[in-house]
Design a protein around this ligand. Structure first.
Ligand code: PLP
Length: 455
């Protein structure tokens, strides 16, 4: 067994198992973080790691950025929050105004503030259903939108069996997502993006023409995240936007993972020149403070009954302050452009690795949301989850934190903070290649897999 495991780590693994339900866990390896700063983590054994995943894609400006810390400290000296459902506060108003100004669409907008991606997507679906008086939502196979009732139900990544045992809602209609690398039609979507797109769009048009009045919204990830960092053809998203307008179906853009500059634009949907009716942000918005947002057409957002959307801590001032500081740093330090350039550089380096290693089937992404698909062989594209997990394990032992995602659990996710220095990126890529080599040369035993679930 790996010498990287210590008694202290294993003790926490055991205690974690005893107190938390299995429903919250898709564990990777026993990393137990003690502290974090910038793009580095330190574990309880004092060992340092490069954070190449930003936790769960949460830290666009790294850990404990000094401007966020200062904003939080200043807020702590004044007050933490006071209920905006009953009274008023300026911090959440400032954040809502800022979000309205940086999201696509010149129409009148309103903003809901929540705490997690799940609650925000849930609200986006609730207001859509109320606005259109129609209960069905179209979502995509292999998508992930959250862990509440509607959002779990609308997440295509969970099996039918999991959905049945959780008594998921039946108000969701699933449709294929145009995955250019692997799809049930055998179409190479990189070579033939329009053919792949039209195959799915034709089905959708048929559905809308028959049941359009029963459908309130299409829920879309502009890049599928947990489904495996799948980038759809530009043509597909543009035509989907047109189809939704034609049938008066709302387009709900889930930017929980792709937003806040991650893909080299403020929002992933901006790569496709489509204006969504509702946009959802979360994860990186508060640099680690719990906050999410739904920004939508004012008339849609106002369609829900008074009092029906307000949580006790909605519009929490401390989280709103952290979010404002985060957005400010991204703008001032030009981190969106940086994400674009650094992302292009990483994809280029990884594509070189793809040429050298038979087990790297595909490298894709936009900005700093990148996926590396691990396969048994390139020709057949057979997904190899154990190999991907072992690479992540070995990278951890070598000081790099990586994760695996995807329908088959075989895609390495790369999503470092947008301000990660270039020399650290180079070191991370070296570790990644060393880890691939170690695994291929049999230096990572199978028994590490006992600790790893992954997606
Ligand atoms: C696209 C997307 N939507 C929604 C969610 C749910 O967000 P949260 O886990 O903060 O509730 C996630 C989380 O991974 C996500 O990636």
């Amino acid at each position: 067994m790996s010498t990287w495991l210590s008694k202290r780590l294993l003790d926490i693994v055991e205690r974690d198992k005893r107190v938390f339900p299995r429903g919250i866990s898709i564990k990777h390896y026993p990393l137990v973080v003690k502290s974090a700063r910038g793009c580095f983590l330190r574990d309880i054994e004092g060992r340092e790691y490069i954070d190449f995943v930003s936790g769960a894609v949460v830290y666009p400006i790294g850990h404990l950025h000094e401007e966020v810390v200062e904003a939080i400290e200043n807020q702590l000296k004044r007050y933490l929050g006071y209920p905006i459902v009953y009274f008023y506060a300026e911090e959440p108003v400032l954040l809502a105004e800022k979000l309205i100004s940086i999201t696509p669409g010149s129409f009148e907008k309103k903003v809901f503030l929540g705490f997690s991606g799940s609650d925000a997507v849930e609200v986006a679906l609730l207001v859509s259903r109320a606005a259109r008086g129609a209960k069905y939502v179209v979502s995509f196979n292999d998508s992930f939108h959250g862990s509440l009732y509607l959002t779990f139900s609308a997440s295509g990544i969970f099996s039918e069996e999991a959905k049945r045992s959780a008594l998921a809602s039946s108000d969701i209609i699933f449709t294929p997502y145009p995955n250019p690398y692997r799809n049930p039609y055998g179409i190479d979507g990189y070579e033939k993006p329009v053919e792949l797109s039209n195959t799915i769009l034709r089905e959708l048009e048929r559905l809308f023409s028959v049941r359009g009045s029963e459908i309130s919204a299409v829920l879309l990830e502009p890049i599928q995240g947990d489904g495996g960092i799948v980038v759809p053809p530009e043509y597909f998203v543009r035509e989907l936007g047109k189809l939704c307008s034609e049938y008066d179906i709302l387009l709900v853009d889930d930017e929980v993972k792709t937003g806040i500059g991650r893909t080299g634009r403020w929002w992933g949907i901006e790569h496709y020149n489509v204006t969504p009716d509702i946009l959802v942000a979360g994860k990186g918005l508060g640099s680690g403070m719990p906050i999410s947002a739904v920004v939508g057409r004012a008339n849609v957002m106002d369609s829900y009954p008074e009092g029906g959307l307000g949580y006790t801590l909605t519009g929490h001032a401390l989280s709103a302050t952290a979010a404002l500081a985060t957005l400010g740093v991204i703008e001032r330090e030009n981190l969106i452009e940086r994400a674009r350039h650094l992302g292009d550089y990483i994809v280029k380096r990884l594509s070189e690795l793809k040429e050298r290693y038979e087990i790297i089937g595909d490298v894709r992404g936009k900005g700093l949301l990148i996926g590396v698909e691990i396969v048994r062989d390139k020709a057949r594209k057979t997904p190899d989850k154990p190999l991907a997990l072992k690479i992540a394990w070995r990278a951890w032992e070598r000081g790099l934190v990586l994760l695996t995602v995807g329908k088959y659990g075989n895609v390495l996710r790369i999503a470092p903070p947008l301000n990660t220095p270039r020399d650290i990126v180079d070191r991370a890529l070296e570790i990644l290649e060393e880890s691939v080599r170690d695994v291929l040369e049999g230096r990572v035993p199978d028994d590490v897999l006992a600790y790893m679930r992954g997606w």
